[in-house]
Ligand binder design. Structure first.
Ligand code: ARG
Length: 478
């Protein structure tokens, strides 16, 4: 659209809304609202973040009204020009957001009226702020879901790269944070790739359900004008219009679903964050984070703190709170719109802001950290982590029932503990004292490398299995 509208002389303002604090709905009111009424009512401070979506909705609505013969071509052209000017003002940072116009919808309309005169008032034909905010918010949440999926893919790519580089790097696998069985660092990385993959699919599922347009539901009952809801739905990238006008203006489960997906994703991020914190300790020393993702202490010169990981771990609280906040707002609300629903935005914006930052920081940390293979390998053999392998060897080679093998292995662990050595360091005589049929062959399964390599079942930690999963995900993520 041309720039003309920027310089076009503003038509005289003949409406009652002159920017003097008289509300759009002032017709039946003779007194101005109390200051406290304004203070609790005003939402422009936060819903200005819906500006782009509001303009898109208005443009689609105006085009549809003209096509349907509800407004003239001249009026539509004037409205579109005015909206373009508004968009330019917003981009330039000169748009006057004003509290007296309460929310983004009325701020845009008020400015439009200043720019093009009373024709601005025709834009609101067959529309209410109730369907307007519903469409704006859906568009915003949809965009947030799409951006999150992209960020998840970026994080997954970083994890896959670490996994590929460390498909053979041994580390202890834990249960109860006690050494359990040796795994590879690549396998551990790929566990998070799976988690974040499910997170991405949750956002995609939520998107598919939310992608219906509420525009044209008007206040709550639909419109008597010959509007084309399918056309506005299509123009805004929705799959179809919503099918019930009451539901259209009163539902926020699309946001709840997105927040639930966000909260689950944040719990996954917090788990990886926790592992980074633990792995970073001198006691573990499994990874090193560079100066880029650590901070120092103002008093203890030796410190290198994983603050970013700690903050990602903590932000899960914010995300879970956001879901709870909106769920509590929606609980028990009668149909259709209630002003309570204005409180849907802050928790949603806050949640996605926190998630965006967390995902970016986590991807940064995963790219940044340097695994320490020697430290991990040393730990991989500690804690009798190949005990299960010994039991499995007894089952396979001596045809022992697993429960008996478990018992013999337990005795071997006890003996090694008493001697202060690893299972692989027990002499054959020591082992034979526990089970006379044990032979030299047993030593082949008692090293962490042999243990990990033997776990070739689908999805197991054997390096070849890890590499197969790396290849599968590289294909998915390209
Ligand atoms: N600012 C309002 C919101 O966010 C817009 C809808 C207002 N509708 C109304 N009937 N007062 O929900």
């Amino acid at each position: 659209m041309s720039n003309d509208s920027v310089n076009a002389p503003a038509a005289p303002d003949t409406s009652e809304a002159k920017g003097q604090g008289q509300a759009m709905w002032g017709g039946r009111f003779s007194a101005k609202p109390d200051e406290l009424m304004q203070a609790i009512n005003v939402s422009i401070g936060f819903d200005k973040r819906l500006a782009a979506q509001d303009l898109a909705g208005s443009r689609a609505h105006a085009a549809m009204l003209r096509k349907q013969g509800v407004i003239s071509s001249e009026d539509e052209a004037l409205i579109q020009q005015g909206l373009e000017t508004v968009a330019q003002e917003m981009a330039a940072g000169t748009f006057p957001y004003r509290d007296e116009f309460e929310d983004i919808h009325m701020n845009v309309e008020a400015r439009l009226r200043e720019l093009i005169g009373p024709t601005a008032g025709r834009l609101h034909t067959a529309r209410s702020r109730n369907d307007q905010v519903a469409v704006d918010f859906r568009l915003w949440v949809r965009g947030a879901c799409d951006r999150t999926v992209e960020q998840l893919k970026t994080l997954q790519r970083a994890l896959v790269a670490q996994a590929e580089a460390h498909a053979d790097t041994l580390m202890p696998g834990f249960t109860h944070l006690q050494p359990a069985q040796p795994v590879t660092f690549g396998h551990h990385m790929m566990a998070y790739v799976e988690m974040f993959g499910r997170d991405a699919s949750r956002f995609a599922d939520a998107r598919a359900r939310m992608n219906e347009s509420p525009l044209g539901a008007a206040a709550l009952a639909g419109s008597p004008f010959p509007i084309d809801r399918h056309a506005t739905a299509k123009a805004l990238g929705f799959d179809r219009p919503t099918a019930n006008s009451l539901d259209s203006v009163s539902s926020r489960d699309f946001a709840l679903e997105a927040l639930a997906a966000a909260a689950i994703c944040a719990t996954h991020l917090s788990r990886l964050a926790e592992e980074i914190v633990v792995w970073m300790t001198p006691q573990f020393g499994f990874i090193k984070l560079s100066d880029a993702f650590t901070t120092g202490s103002s008093i203890m010169p030796q410190k290198k703190n994983p603050d970013a990981a700690e903050l990602v771990r903590a932000k899960a609280g914010r995300l879970l709170a956001s879901f709870t906040q909106l769920a509590v707002v929606m609980k028990g609300l009668p149909l259709a719109y209630s002003k309570d629903m204005q409180e849907d935005k802050v928790p949603t914006f806050e949640a996605f802001d926190a998630l965006e930052l967390s995902l970016a920081a986590m991807a940064g940390m995963v790219r940044d950290f340097a695994p320490q293979p020697e430290r991990m390998a040393a730990a991989a053999g500690a804690g009798f982590s190949t005990a299960t392998d010994l039991a499995d060897w007894l089952v396979r080679n001596l045809d022992m029932p697993f429960r008996d093998a478990h018992h013999v292995t337990g005795a071997a662990v006890k003996r090694a503990e008493a001697l202060g050595c690893d299972l692989a360091d027990l002499s054959l005589d020591e082992l034979k004292a526990l089970e006379p049929r044990i032979n030299e062959g047993v030593y082949q399964v008692l090293t962490p490398a042999a243990s990990a390599a033997s776990r070739t079942s689908y999805g197991g930690t054997a390096p070849d299995q890890v590499r197969a999963q790396v290849a599968r995900w590289k294909e998915i993520l390209q």
